[in-house]
Design a protein around this ligand. Structure first.
Ligand SMILES: [Zn+2]
Length: 247
């Protein structure tokens, strides 16, 4: 009887481990490719007014994750895939690829916020609020969206990636989580004291575990961002060991 109990306990542990592995899995998609050999090449551009900030994000990735970002100069021998940076007013902040692509990838900035966010897109990650499991963790408040901005709202907030590969549990502190009033209508001044808002805009997303939490402004890798990156980019040590085995 005691043996049966122990066996049942082991089976439960195994099942919960398998369940954890398959359901809690920072998010990416099945057609996203990680950068080969965990190495991301970039062109330094000190003429950009926010270069120091970009460099500090690159240093953070190099220090805390298995990804190695390496500075290169353009030459006939330079790799075909690398990141280059542009800074111009207008056009928002964006990256021209999610994950590896066999071509130069541009990151455009028009402001100094969300630098880590754009770098993480290029490493392969999608917005946290687009994950397949987001409705278990955040409540979308549809009536608070600014209808004049519906194209942006539809694609970046409201539309889910039904088949996302979720590499960690939902992470409200992720650099990939939009701020809680993203896409929201402006609150008239006379209502601001009494209406939940962020930056004078109506709240469009609520965190179910803590509905009063103001979120989505993290500029540094959260612990789960680090875990997600290191799950997508396995340690070089392990890769090296596997290569040795092959030989
Ligand atoms: Zn984004």
């Amino acid at each position: 009887m005691k043996l049966l109990k122990i066996q049942l306990l082991c089976l439960l542990c195994l099942l919960s481990f398998v369940f954890y592995k398959t359901t809690n899995a920072l998010a990416t998609t099945s057609n996203t490719t990680p950068w080969p050999n965990n190495t991301v090449f970039y062109i330094e551009n000190k003429t950009i007014p926010i270069w120091d900030k970009i460099q500090s994000c690159i240093d953070e990735i190099n220090k805390l994750t298995n990804v190695k970002m390496k500075k290169i100069e353009i030459s006939p021998d330079s790799p075909s895939a690398y990141i280059y940076f542009e800074y111009k007013t207008g056009g928002g902040n964006y990256a021209t690829s999610i994950g590896y692509a066999n071509r130069p990838i541009k990151i455009h900035f028009n402001a100094d916020y969300r630098t880590m966010h754009e770098l993480m897109h290029v490493l392969g990650f999608i917005h946290e609020q687009k994950r397949s499991d987001r409705d278990n963790h955040i409540e979308i408040i549809y009536e608070n969206f600014n209808q004049d901005n519906s194209k942006w709202n539809d694609s970046e907030i409201l539309k889910k990636e039904e088949n996302s590969i979720n590499l960690t549990e939902y992470d409200i502190d992720s650099c990939m989580q939009y701020w809680c009033s993203a896409g929201g209508t402006k609150v008239p001044w006379y209502k601001r004291m009494f209406t939940p808002n962020y930056n004078n805009e109506y709240i469009t997303m609520k965190y179910k575990k803590d509905p009063h939490l103001k979120f989505g402004t993290n500029e540094h890798l959260s612990p789960k961002d680090i875990l997600g990156i290191n799950t997508f980019y396995k340690s070089n040590r392990r890769l090296r060991r596997r290569k040795h085995k092959k030989i």
